[in-house]
Design a protein around this ligand. Structure first.
Ligand code: SF4
Length: 349
């Protein structure tokens, strides 16, 4: 099991729930928009927010952002160790840094001393573009190069007494990402930050991330996830939550199953399934509901659903655990089905 690391008011690793994170698209010095974006992400279920800190104004803005938001904040630093120190002093809960571009070991020591003084964790790691030269030469652009490069970065902070280290080994290639995380998970107990980097736009990016992150989570690897997308951060959080649900790591939600429809479908199922999904998204209790195309096969195919609806000729049939119990006219379908969902949720209390 990975080591448990405290980040602000949450833990990652050591059996803690897998934390969802995303990265802000505004600079912290655009405080108003950053706060607005973080609050929206909190609402969507984000556990950790990261932003880049590029100058002193960004670092100073963390103080206000910290006061007005609730989830842990991670400052992403490149090149200037002084910004890492300033971010820590202004209330960042974690620093993400690349020791390779920070300007030498003396600077790393300064950052390490600062992290220890503020009791802050650090994330180090590599991605396919930032593998240290020695490993690139020795192993090529491979999982071993990615992982050994990240382990070297972690060892540098360990050398200066920082114990709370989170590690990432991201690539945009799904196979390479998965192989690198498997490699490093077998060799250390640092909590792992999972992600497929530069994964692309919404649709293809979600597929790449789901395969990469999902494969690892199913193997018990990974403690926090960031779904990288060329899309709004809230989409990253939604996708991450769906991945966690799909692999069974998040259970307090209403799961919707719906059939793909076929020639037996008796009603306009697709818009109703979408409407239902939207309706149930606000509930945080485990319940499985089904929206099915026909009464001939629907109840049987969705026999494990707590509650379901299937289309018939001129009516829909409600069923529980595969057993039909109530006919509803098409015009009353939404009202009746949604009321039944709420009843089921109430009786689960
Ligand atoms: S439930 Fe009915 S309509 Fe839907 S896929 Fe199965 S057979 Fe086809």
């Amino acid at each position: 099991m990975s080591k448990k690391v405290k980040i602000g008011n949450i833990f990652i690793g050591g059996g803690a729930p897998v934390a969802v994170q995303s990265m802000m698209t505004f600079r912290p010095s655009d405080t108003k928009n950053t706060i607005k974006q973080i609050l929206a992400l909190e609402e969507a279920g984000c556990d950790i927010a990261r932003f880049c800190v590029r100058d002193e104004a960004d670092a100073k803005a963390i103080k206000t952002i910290r006061e007005k938001t609730h989830i842990p904040l991670v400052a992403d630093i490149h090149f200037d160790y002084r910004l890492a120190v300033a971010a820590a002093e202004n209330g960042a809960d974690k620093i993400r840094i690349n020791p390779g571009n920070i300007g030498g070991e003396d600077k790393i020591k300064i950052v390490a001393d600062c992290l220890k003084a503020h009791k802050l964790p650090v994330r180090v790691g590599s991605n396919s573009g930032s593998i240290e030269k020695e490993f690139l030469l020795a192993y090529g652009r491979s999982e071993k190069a990615l992982a050994e490069s990240a382990l070297k970065n972690a060892a540098l902070f360990e050398k200066y007494g920082v114990g709370d280290i989170v590690v990432s080994v991201k690539a945009s290639d799904v196979r390479l990402t998965v192989a690198a995380y498997r490699y490093i998970a077998a060799r250390c107990d640092y909590p792992l930050h999972l992600g497929v980097t530069e994964a692309g736009t919404l649709k293809s990016g979600v597929v790449k991330n789901s395969i990469g992150i999902g494969a690892l989570l199913l193997q018990g690897i990974g403690d926090t996830v960031r779904v990288s997308l060329s899309a709004a951060p809230v989409e990253e959080v939604r996708a991450a939550k769906l991945i966690l649900r799909s692999v069974g790591l998040e259970k307090d939600y209403v799961e919707l199953v719906s059939c793909p429809t076929c020639g037996r479908c008796e009603w306009d199922l697709i818009p109703f399934a979408e409407k239902t999904e939207k309706f149930v998204s606000k509930f945080k209790k485990p319940l499985k509901i089904a929206v099915m195309g026909c009464v001939v096969n629907g109840p049987g195919e969705a026999a494990d659903a707590d509650l379901g609806i299937a289309g018939g000729k001129g009516f829909c049939m409600l069923f529980k655990k595969g057993v039909p119990y109530k006919k509803v006219a098409y015009e009353d379908v939404e009202k009746e089905f949604f009321k039944e969902i709420e009843n089921c949720l109430r009786s689960a209390d």
